[in-house]
Design a protein around this ligand. Structure first.
Ligand SMILES: Cc1cc2nc3c(=O)[nH]c(=O)nc-3n(C[C@H](O)[C@H](O)[C@H](O)COP(=O)(O)OP(=O)(O)OC[C@H]3O[C@@H](n4cnc5c(N)ncnc54)[C@H](O)[C@@H]3O)c2cc1C
Length: 471
């Protein structure tokens, strides 16, 4: 299905998850857009989202939604960004429904809201337990209808073209050929970093490539060491990607049990707290898992509510309605990323970051469950708006002044302390004409990228690195 790629587009979007797709749909159709995915178009983490998507179901829930998000984020969130996300959520749901997204309803026709850990009320819309697939499919259908958008799969970004702190294009590799595409606006929507971890719920090809490029090009990163470990993934030996047992299973009453069959933690505490309790319990029990039990729930209710989880567990030999299942924590989500404002602008002019790739301050130190699909949609829509506005007016690409300032401060600090300079590989800064042969050994390039990211995580938080990254 791969179409020919032209030399120049108005906008290049790297990534075809919800963030990439929604930003494409939010840019005026008069502008040409190239969208690429490193793997099959459908193979994004967005497709895997099970639990659902948060929304402000009634105005009176605003303060409580805000407080739940801030508490989960240990009050390190940027409050203004959280406010923007919550305020925009009803509009986002309306737009999704207009695109044909179906959310589960009760018999009386009203929406069925669910609840997950650290939420003080039921405010999560869902489509059975395959919400991400439902949303991504409907967005993809829309994107495919638009003649201004070219979609390409198995095409990977290996570099960015940046000169004088302005981005003007992307270097891609497809079918072993390296080529540059020019665009005055580039959106990075490449998801998180799960592929760098031995145990993760993410697709293996989601390897944080944008962050390696940020480190190479001195683009401001924020909280790259704020990584969420999901407490409950199915324990299976020799599988590449860990199968997620959604938090909503615990939200509906599932309990965690140790070797002696006893509860050892409040299952609805924030994810980092539950993950740490499980890690300690596994150590005490001397086995690489604890047990999760939802046997109390009637079988038809389990099948109605969690058809995908029930089916997967049956396929690997566990009947959720009759027996407990072994679960173990795994890397799941990156709260940090490329420092961005509420329009996705970064420290580089013309370069945007949205979705899991961006750190816009919504999640703080820890993400509240089901906030990430919402966050991806709200801020990618806003990136689409500002890009349209800038292109309409003929303005140059803008950047996020605070991110530029944060870089300057970090540089001053590291110079004063004689410490490692934040992330710069001096030879990669201000590359005017990219030397295409430097990507010839793509495996070496990838290995260097991986090392850059992992070293940066270790530099920022060696304790986290030793606990979760080193196995
Ligand atoms: C198992 C699972 C369950 C989840 N459940 C929920 C949930 O219930 N609710 C919720 O809110 N969130 C959930 N999340 C999180 C949420 O799905 C993601 O954070 C969100 O979908 C990220 O979307 P994205 O568009 O930013 O990135 P992704 O959907 O991950 O898309 C990344 C895209 O970038 C492409 N890409 C990457 N690198 C390159 C490169 N170098 N060149 C070209 N293309 C590249 C990939 O191929 C892909 O197309 C879940 C995540 C997982 C893994």
């Amino acid at each position: 299905m791969n179409t020919e790629i032209k030399k120049t587009y108005d906008v290049v979007i790297v990534g075809t998850g919800v963030a990439g797709l929604f930003s494409a749909l939010s840019i005026s159709p008069e502008y040409s857009i190239l969208m690429v995915s490193k793997d099959k178009i459908e193979n994004s983490d967005s497709y895997l989202a099970q639990g659902g998507i948060c929304t402000l179901k009634e105005p009176s829930d605003f303060d409580s939604f805000m407080e739940d998000t801030l508490r989960a984020g240990r009050y390190e969130n940027r409050e203004e960004t959280v406010r923007v996300m919550i305020e925009n959520s009803p509009m986002i749901m309306e737009r999704l429904i207009k695109y044909g997204v179906l959310f589960d309803q009760k018999l009386d026709g009203t929406f069925e809201y669910t609840r997950e850990g650290a939420h003080s009320t039921y405010r999560i819309l869902h489509h059975k337990d395959v919400t991400g697939k439902e949303i991504t499919n409907k967005l993809l259908n829309r994107v495919r209808e638009q003649a201004n958008i070219t979609l390409c799969e198995y095409t990977r970004m290996v570099d960015l073209v940046i000169k004088d702190n302005t981005c003007s294009g992307v270097v891609f590799v497809r079918d072993k050929k390296v080529f540059q595409v020019h665009a005055s606006r580039v959106i990075l929507a490449t998801g998180g970093i799960g592929g760098l971890f031995a145990h993760s719920t993410n697709f293996r090809h989601i390897t944080g490539d944008s962050f390696a490029l940020a480190l190479r090009h001195h683009i401001a990163l924020e909280n790259i060491n704020y990584i969420q470990i999901h407490p409950t993934t199915l324990y299976e030996e020799n599988v590449n990607r860990k199968f997620l047992i959604s938090e909503s299973v615990r939200g509906e009453g599932a309990i965690l049990l140790n070797k002696a069959g006893e509860r050892f933690v409040d299952e609805l505490l924030p994810r980092d707290v539950v993950s740490e309790a499980i890690r300690k319990q596994m150590k005490e029990d001397g086995r690489p898992y604890v047990m999760l039990s939802i046997k109390h729930m009637p079988k038809d209710e389990i099948i109605r509510r969690f058809p995908n989880i029930y089916r997967h567990c049956m396929e690997v030999g566990y009947d959720l309605s009759k027996e407990d299942i072994p679960v173990t924590p795994a890397q799941h989500y990156l709260m940090g990323g490329i420092m961005a404002d509420t329009y996705g602008r970064t420290s580089v002019k013309g370069l945007f970051a949205v979705g899991e790739t961006a750190c816009n301050g919504v999640h703080g130190a820890n993400r509240l469950a089901s906030n990430s699909l919402l966050e991806s949609l709200v801020f990618s829509e806003r990136a689409g708006w500002i890009i349209t506005e800038e292109l309409n007016s003929g303005a140059d690409g803008s950047c996020f002044a605070e991110a530029v300032e944060a870089l300057r401060e970090a540089d001053n600090k590291s110079q004063a302390s004689g410490d490692v300079k934040v992330g710069v590989a001096a030879d990669m800064v201000n590359v005017a004409e990219i030397q295409l042969d430097q990507y010839a050994d793509i495996e070496a390039w990838d290995a260097a990228n991986r090392k850059l990211i992992m070293d940066e995580i270790k530099r920022r938080d060696s304790e986290f690195y030793d606990k979760w990254c080193n196995s």
